[in-house]
Design a protein around this ligand. Structure first.
Ligand code: IMP
Ligand code: MG
Length: 176
């Protein structure tokens, strides 16, 4: 990105694509006999979701939930909910990163209350040492250390999502 030195990527475009192919194969075989509805959590999941869907060998449908996480008393806000009735359906929730786990836990419980046949979670990145609630992803791409990362959908103050790779945010950018 112009003017910012992100250094060596944590994960290159090629590494990300290879991992997505692996996840896509697993999901394709696990849901071969099902009618899967993939639900992306915006905005962070945008690139992961679009590449993951194109790696699948099965016919799926897609929808989105737009939510934000804040650190206040109500940690997760739903900005736009999905319209579809998910009762009796097989759902795969797709998110960029699981950090404390609060966001996915919240969205998962909200969707489970609507009575899907099944609900699994797929995240590209798992910062497991930061977990505050008991939740694990059913499909996780990379486990990462406790570093703030940007790119490939992940933002800092809504910027850097369009980096085609994932990098650790330089400290000076974070303070500025
Ligand atoms: P949670 O703590 O698991 O609820 O994480 C919620 C959200 O925080 C994620 O969906 C991301 O949008 C954001 N987040 C957590 N860690 C990072 C990071 O390293 N980079 C960018 N966004 C992050
Ligand atoms: Mg997010």
């Amino acid at each position: 990105m112009v003017g910012i030195d992100f250094g060596k990527p944590l994960f290159t475009t090629e590494e990300i694509q290879r991992k997505i192919q692996e996840l896509g194969s697993r999901i394709s075989s696990d849901y071969a006999e099902k009618d899967l509805l993939v639900v992306g959590v915006l905005k962070g999941a945008i690139f992961f979701m679009s590449d993951l869907l194109r790696s699948l060998k099965i016919s799926v449908r897609m929808d989105f939930i737009h939510c934000t996480s804040s650190k206040g008393s109500h940690p997760v806000q739903i900005i736009a909910d999905m319209k579809e009735d998910i009762r009796g359906k097989d759902i795969l929730l797709v998110e960029d990163i699981m950090d404390s786990g609060v966001t996915i836990d919240y969205v998962k419980k909200m969707l489970l209350a609507r009575g899907p046949a099944s609900l699994k979670v797929c995240v590209l990145l798992d910062k497991s040492e930061r977990r505050k609630v008991r939740i694990e992803a059913d499909y996780a791409g990379f486990r990462i250390p406790n570093k703030y990362v940007v790119g490939y959908g992940l933002d800092y103050k809504d910027r850097y999502r369009n980096l085609p790779y994932i990098a650790v945010l330089p400290l000076e950018e974070r303070q500025g």
